[in-house]
Structure formats: C-alpha cells, structure tokens
Design a protein around this ligand. Structure first.
Ligand code: PMT
Length: 326
C-alpha cells in the first residue's frame, strides 16, 4: 500500500528503520565534500561534445558486525576483482567512475600486483660510495606492467575520472550508496549503477547488537539475524529514477540462477541483471535484459571477461540515453 494512503508497506518501513538505526558514517561530511567536488568537476567536462557519463561501481563484500565494539563479524567471499577490473574498462570507455569498495579489497590498476609477495617486485641496490644510500627499483621482470599501471592510474586521477570511497560494514555500504545516488541525480540518464558488491542479506540491527565482546562462558550462541531490506527498488524508484541500473545475481545452484535473475529484473525494475554462478563466475556471466540473454565468456587467461561485459553495457547505456531513458 502507498504510504500516502495508509500504513507504510513493510519494505518501506524496513528501509526507514534500517537507516534510522544505522550508526552514522564517521566520515560522512568528508565523503559528501569529495562527492560534491568530483561532481562539480565532471559537470563541466565533456566526452565527444556530450556531458560525461558517470557510473557508480560497487565492489567487494559487506561485513555484518556482531558486536557494536566489533570483535567478530560475518563476511563473504568477494575479492573485489570484478569491480576493480570493470572500473578500469569504464574509465577507458570515457566514464567518470565512483568506485565504492570494501577496504582491503582488489583495487583498479593494482590487480596484478601480488599482495603476498609484494616485496619480490623490488630490487635494492646499495651504493658503496655513499654510506647509507640505497636505490629502490622495480624488478626488470615486472617493470613494464608496473609502469603501465602507474600511468593508467595517474591518467584516471588527473583527468578527474576516478573517485574511490571505501566501506566495511553493511551499514556503511548502504548509507554511501544512498549518498552517491543522490549526488548523481543531475546526471539523469547519463548515470549508471553497476552493483557488483556482494551485499549481506542478513544483519544484526544496531540497537539489538551486544555492545561488548560476546562471552563464550554464556554457552552456545543463539542469535537472530534480521533481513537487510533490498535497496534495489528504492534506488530505482526514489534515489536515482532515471539512471541505468545493473545489478548482479549470484547463485550456487545453476538450476535457479536465470529464474532469479528474471525475477530481479521484474521485481526491482533493473535494466540489466548480470547472472553468475559461484563455480564459474570468473569464466562466464549471462547478461539478462527484457526478453534477451547474452552469454559473455572469458577468451583465455590473458583477457578479462569484464572488458567484453563493460563494452556491451556501454552500448546498452548509449541506447538507453538515446531513447530518453525508456
Ligand atoms: O568480487 P569478486 O570476487 O570478483 O566476485 C564478484 C561477484 C561474484 C561478487 C559479483 O559478480 C556478484 O555477483 N555480485 C553480487 C553478489 C550478490 O550480492 O548477489 P545477491 O544475489 O545476493 O544479490 C543480488 C543483488 O541485490 C546485488 O546486486 C546486490 O547489490 C543487491 N542486494 C543484495 C542484498 C540486499 N539486502 N540488498 C541489495 O540491494
């Protein structure tokens, strides 16, 4: 039922109570200022004579804290690779990207830098003529890759095409998503949401969460998790009604994947749902649109599936803009 005509629909009141009870963002003002600066700059730029298109890419997994002074949390498997790789291809396609990412997850232009053997990338040359003088150099074997990554990254930042905003918890993620969506309202059909983050479906509401570390002396833990309200329809209907919206659907059971993707399209009004299966998500995704399914496969180990995916979505977005957001 419409809230203007009577009691609020359950989904609407769940969304309200999620935001009302979420701990406020610690650096909310800073994020707000960064977004404003970024948008002001973008609004003055153009791409082939037209205003620049803007995409919000979400990436990595949200955590669900179990204690207010958090010692333990529920997490998920997402590495952030898909969001980071896609960001690079969106920048290459001329988009300004707001990269909303999980702290510590994979970063654009750094995907090939190994995290566990980072120091193996460098050589240290000591100069004996000067007592304490060392030259730190990237190893020859990795120099080309690192130079390219630095150049591409600097270009994206200097051209004002990349803004990075980190999150950790589900509370931070959804508040940031709302802020970004509102700050993008002026982009109308030129705005895009590419929601690749793996978002928790269940959480502990802040007010019912233990303040201190949960004690094991109390015996087995019995905890009730509340459903995180799906924000996709709120995003589509209220926060960014003209933007081109792409959500992802992840399942482990191939038997229900496409059916669930179709349902997400209908239920949440998404323009595109990218369906992927846990066992094969690095090799294959299926782009689901109204009445059409297109498989995108990785050609080989040297290529990124995201390159083709972004290419196809870029074309669909152009068409959407041309048709006035129909
Ligand atoms: O990061 P990688 O390791 O590269 O992995 C990439 C990926 C597999 C995580 C990515 O391709 C992907 O599938 N992301 C979406 C995972 C997910 O949350 O799927 P879901 O079926 O649970 O949710 C579907 C959509 O609903 C998502 O776009 C999510 O943003 C949205 N959602 C989910 C829960 C919720 N409470 N509110 C939401 O809006």
């Amino acid at each position: 039922m419409d809230s203007r005509n009577g009691p609020e629909a359950p989904q609407e009141s769940n969304v309200k109570s999620f935001f009302n009870s979420a701990p406020p963002l610690r650096d909310g003002d800073l994020i707000c200022n960064k977004l404003k600066e970024f948008m002001d700059r973008i609004s003055l730029s153009s791409e082939n004579g037209s205003p620049v298109r803007v995409v919000c890419v979400t990436s990595g997994g949200t955590t669900v804290p179990l204690e207010q002074r958090c010692v333990r949390y529920i997490d998920n498997f997402s590495s952030g690779h898909r969001g980071a790789a896609s960001t690079e291809y969106f920048v290459k396609a001329g988009y300004a990207v707001i990269f909303v990412y999980r702290r510590g997850s994979c970063q654009p232009y750094c995907r090939y830098l190994p995290q566990d053997s980072f120091l193996e990338f460098f050589d240290l040359t000591e100069d004996s003529t000067i007592q304490v003088y060392c030259i730190l150099q990237v190893c020859q074997s990795h120099a080309t890759m690192v130079k390219k990554a630095i150049r591409d990254y600097r270009k994206a930042v200097e051209e004002g095409l990349l803004l990075k905003i980190p999150f950790t918890t589900i509370f931070e993620y959804l508040q940031i998503l709302q802020m970004v969506a509102k700050s993008m309202s002026w982009t109308a059909t030129r705005g895009m949401f590419y929601l690749a983050a793996a978002v928790s479906d269940f959480y502990v509401p802040w007010e019912s969460m233990a303040e201190h570390k949960i004690q094991s002396a109390a015996g087995p833990l019995d905890m009730r998790l509340t459903q995180v309200p799906k924000m996709l329809s709120v995003l589509r209907k209220e926060w960014a009604p003209s933007a081109f919206c792409i959500s992802f659907k992840l399942e482990t059971d191939p038997g229900i994947l496409l059916q669930k993707a179709d349902m997400a399209m209908r239920k949440y009004g998404m323009h595109v749902v990218v369906a992927n299966e846990l066992a094969t998500y690095k090799e294959e995704v299926i782009i689901v649109t109204k009445g059409r399914r297109t498989a995108v496969r990785r050609h080989n180990k040297e290529t990124d599936l995201e390159e083709q995916l972004v290419y196809l979505l870029d074309e669909m977005h152009y068409e959407y803009i041309k048709q006035g957001g129909a």
